[in-house]
Ligand binder design. Structure first.
Ligand SMILES: NC(=O)c1ccc[n+]([C@@H]2O[C@H](COP(=O)([O-])OP(=O)(O)OC[C@H]3O[C@@H](n4cnc5c(N)ncnc54)[C@H](OP(=O)(O)O)[C@@H]3O)[C@@H](O)[C@H]2O)c1
Length: 376
C-alpha cells in the first residue's frame, strides 16, 4: 500500500469549517433546521500489512462508490453539533475493489469486486456483526474478509453501493413473513428505499403487493415496479380502514396476510385494523431516529402502542421485528440480481466535488425515489 492520503466525504463542525482547504466541495445543508457542513477531504490512508497479526484475516479495499442510509442522519447531526474542531467521515454502504488481502484470507483476491456483508447476529457481547462501517466514503478501508461479499459481474459500482442494507434487510423480512405467490402484502412508506426493495422482491415471487404512500407523485413508478395497487393516504389518518379504497380492498381480500413497515412509530397503529387473522406484521425501523433541538416526546405514543397491541392480540397477529438479515439473505438477493429478478432503483449518482448535492438529495425534503449514490 503506497498511498499516504485518500479522499473521504466528511461532516465538519462549525469551528472546523474555516480550516477546510477544499472550498470547491464545501457546502452547507440545512438538516432538520440545523446547518450541516460537508466537504470532500484528504485524510491519512490506512496502512495495510498482510503478514501482521492485525491484518492476517483482513482485506484492503478501494472504495468505488458509497451511499448513506436513514440511520446515518442521527450520526451526521450529532457530529455536526460537536463543539470541538473535528470532522466525521460519512457513509454506511459501499462498493469496492480488493487491493490486497491478509495472509490467512482464502476467499478473496486482489481485483475482486465486493460490497459489505452486513449479516447481523443480534446484540451478543463481544460479537461484532451488522454494518461493518459508518465511514464508507473513506477511499481505502480495511475489513475482515467475512464482512465482505463478491458481487456479480453484471452489478456496476453504483448499484453495488445501493444494495447491501436494503436487499439484505428486505430478503430477511420477506423470508420471515413467509410471503409467496398470491400472498396479499401491504408495504408502507412505499417510496422509501427499503420499501422499493420490498416491492420488487415481493412482486418477483408473485405476491400481490399493495403499496401505501403518503405522496401524490410516483404512483406510475410504483405500479411499474410490480405493485398491484397504490394507496395514497395522508400520514395523519389514524386508521387505514378510514380510507375508502383500502377498506374496499380489505373487504375483497379479507385483510392483508402481511405488512412490511419501515416506520413502526408511524404505521403500526394504522395497519393492524386492516390485517387478516393470523397475519404477520414486520418492521425494521422507526421514523424518530434523530433528535432535533426543542423536539418533545410524542405524548400519544404510549396509548397508540397499547391499542395496537390489544388489536394484534385479538386478531392473533404475529408482530415481528427485524434487523438486517443473514449472509444467506444477501446471497439470495445477489443471485436474484444476477438473474435479473431484482431491479435496484437509483435516484441520482453524484460525482466530482458535488458532496453538498449528495447530502441534500439523500436527506432533503424533496423526496427521492431510489438511492442516491456518490461515485469516486
Ligand atoms: N433495522 C434494519 O436492519 C434496517 C435496515 C434498513 C432500513 N431500516 C429502517 O427503515 C426505515 C426506512 O429507511 P429508508 O432508508 O428506506 O428511508 P427513506 O428512503 O429515507 O424513506 C423515505 C420515505 O419515508 C416516507 N416519509 C417521509 N416523511 C415521512 C414522515 N414524516 N412520516 C412517515 N413517513 C415519511 C416517504 O415515503 P412515502 O412518500 O411513500 O410516504 C419517503 O419516501 C428507517 O427506519 C430505517 O432505519 C432498518
Amino acid at each position: 500500500m503506497t498511498t499516504d492520503s485518500m479522499r473521504a466525504v466528511a461532516i465538519l463542525t462549525e469551528s472546523a469549517r474555516p480550516h477546510c482547504t477544499n472550498n470547491s466541495s464545501l457546502a452547507t445543508f440545512n438538516m432538520h433546521g440545523q446547518p450541516v457542513h460537508i466537504a470532500m477531504l484528504r485524510v491519512p490512508a490506512p496502512k495495510f500489512s498482510p503478514a501482521s497479526a492485525e491484518h492476517r484475516n483482513k482485506v484492503l479495499v478501494r472504495t468505488r462508490a458509497f451511499s448513506c442510509n436513514y440511520r446515518d442522519q442521527s450520526m451526521i447531526m450529532s457530529a455536526a453539533q460537536k463543539a470541538k474542531d473535528a470532522f466525521y467521515v460519512i457513509g454506511s454502504e459501499f462498493s469496492a475493489e480488493v487491493i490486497a488481502v491478509g495472509e490467512d484470507v482464502q476467499d478473496l483476491d486482489p481485483g475482486h469486486r465486493v460490497i459489505p456483508n452486513c449479516a447481523y447476529h443480534g446484540m451478543i457481547r463481544g460479537v461484532q456483526s451488522g454494518i461493518p462501517t459508518n465511514h464508507a466514503s473513506a477511499e481505502f478501508q480495511i475489513h475482515t474478509s467475512n464482512s465482505l461479499i463478491r458481487i456479480p459481474d453484471s452489478m456496476d459500482w453504483t448499484t453495488g453501493a445501493a444494495f447491501p442494507i436494503g436487499a439484505q434487510t428486505v430478503y430477511s423480512m420477506v423470508r420471515k413473513i413467509g410471503a409467496g405467490p398470491g400472498s396479499n402484502v401491504l408495504v408502507t412508506a412505499a417510496r422509501s428505499n427499503t420499501s422499493l426493495f420490498a416491492i420488487t422482491a415481493l412482486s418477483g415471487i408473485g405476491s400481490n403487493v399493495y403499496a401505501l404512500t403518503s405522496s401524490q407523485v410516483d404512483t406510475d413508478k410504483l405500479l411499474n415496479l410490480g405493485a398491484k395497487e397504490v394507496f395514497i393516504v395522508e400520514r395523519s389518518v389514524p386508521n387505514l380502514l378510514m380510507d375508502p379504497r383500502v377498506r374496499e380492498t380489505v373487504q375483497q381480500i379479507g385483510g392483508f396476510n402481511a405488512v412490511i413497515d419501515p416506520f413502526f412509530d408511524v404505521y403500526l397503529g394504522k395497519v393492524l385494523p386492516v390485517m387478516a387473522p393470523d397475519s404477520r406484521y414486520i418492521t425494521c425501523g422507526l421514523w424518530e431516529q434523530y433528535s432535533m433541538p426543542g423536539k418533545e416526546a410524542d405524548a400519544i405514543a404510549g396509548e397508540m402502542y397499547r391499542k395496537a397491541l390489544v388489536n394484534a392480540m385479538f386478531n392473533n397477529v404475529h408482530i415481528i421485528c427485524n434487523c438486517i438479515g443473514t449472509t444467506k439473505d444477501l446471497q439470495r438477493a445477489l443471485t436474484d440480481y444476477g438473474e435479473a429478478r431484482l431491479p435496484v432503483i437509483i435516484d441520482t449518482v453524484c460525482t466530482g466535488q458535488n458532496v453538498g448535492s449528495f447530502l441534500e438529495r439523500t436527506f432533503g425534503s424533496h423526496g427521492h425515489f431510489g438511492k442516491i449514490v456518490f461515485q469516486y
